[in-house]
Design a binder for this molecule. Sequence first.
Ligand code: HC1
Ligand code: SF4
Length: 511
Amino acid sequence: MEDGSLVMACSSKVSDGQSFRTDTARVKAKAASVFRELKAKTMPIQPVRRFKTEFEQTFDQVTACDVDTNGMILIDPAVCVDCGRCEAACSKIQEMGILETTGTGVRPHGGLRLDETMCIGCGQCTSFCPTGSIQEVSHIERLYAAIAEGKTIVAQTAPAVRVSIGEECGVPAGEVSTGKMVAALKALGCNYVVDTDFTADLTIMEEGTELISRMQKKWAATPEQADKMGPMFTSCCPSWVNNVETRFPDYLDNLSTARSPMMMMGSVVKTYFARKMDIKPEDIFHFAVMPCTAKKGEIDRMQMVTGGMKVVDAVLTTRELGKLIRKHHIDFPALPNAEFDSPIGNSSGAGRLFGTTGGVMEAALRTAYEILAGKPLGTLSYTPARGLSGIKEASVEIPLKDGPTKTLRIGIASGISNANNMMHDIRAGRRRYDFVEVMACPGGCLGGGGQPKSLDPRILEKRQSAIYTDDERATQRKAHENPEIQQIYKEFFGEPNSHKAHELLHTAYAD
Ligand code: HC1
Ligand code: SF4
């Protein structure tokens, strides 16, 4: 009740003027303990294999003690029906081979705990589990607790979520639901909703500047030295970063030092935005809605602590947001469109492309080419980077504004099996690139492990074409033309790769 006391719904009389909260962490923990008592009393000698209800999943995570987790993925073999789908996703689609079905439930291979394996947290296994035996670690309770504490709630939403959240809430696949998504988050109690696409534009400014300076060194080097330098890799996909750290540590220096757009947004929210809105950073609860399960681990990386602060406090997957929208009976299709909050809510079409494989590359080329050549790339839609192929490559001829024409060799991999094959080829000298984009999930973030589960074989195509539409609808199509990006450099960062930008927008890796 409002006075903080817990009452039993089944045996309490209600009267006018009373109000009740049924969704606080305390109520849920109590409900979980009562349910466990009941379960213990009625548990048959042979455990019954059954599907978990959404309610059970939530409180199992509140009181979790008998499950295996690495902070991103959670395995509960007790409700596994040994269908083998998660194992196939891990070993056949991703070629990681982390899981095995044992006849008594799925487990990591070799008797290891999940955090002892080389699992990269991509979550593809969770997308195929029909019972909830393997799923993302829920952060929903963190949000409820922050709302109960009276924190200022700031949400950010990833590029791929706006083209898939509708699938969770009665909107046909392939529609862009940006305005309804923002409205739903406000209805759920968010004070501000800002856009990860804005910091995707910021990433282009930082990563693009890094690429240009690497290329200027490479073009000035001898062919042997240039070969030794290898390509620069994108760093926004946390599963890919986990993969390089564990499987290709000799390439850590080739990863861009730019933080992912999600982490850049965390830094921006707790510094620039907090100051603008006159809110103390410690009074902000900042969470991200992501199509990704590995992002739940990325927020805990010690290299991301900024000014002694954790900058992103929680990550909800698209599925978790869908669950909340349904649970709170929000009529998503009927919501009026709402706008992101300024001055970190505007994005160019380039930033919007991040949600698909090839999107970071296309976005980067729009800006880097223009800076190097002093004129725009001929076409805005760069066809070689488009589509859903697992490996794409091209050579871009750049007539330098102050010199000869140079070639930029680009590679794009999506799905970690494709990325690993590409890496083996790069190491063996069979492929040579200057700039490589990698996303660990098939199709990029639009096929992320936290996205809605779907039986539609064309689902990735539909989401991808929605992302291309979202780019075409943008007022600006290039990151450097986004007026809010120009404003944040003028007022706060100075220029790309400045000292302040390095402090707040770049990172290091674990070797
Ligand atoms: Fe992604 Fe990214 S594109 S990693 O795929 O660089 O998750 O959507 O948010 O951070 O912008 C995911 C998507 C996302 C980051 C951006
Ligand atoms: Fe395999 Fe990815 Fe699942 Fe880890 S998260 S077990 S790597 S599919």
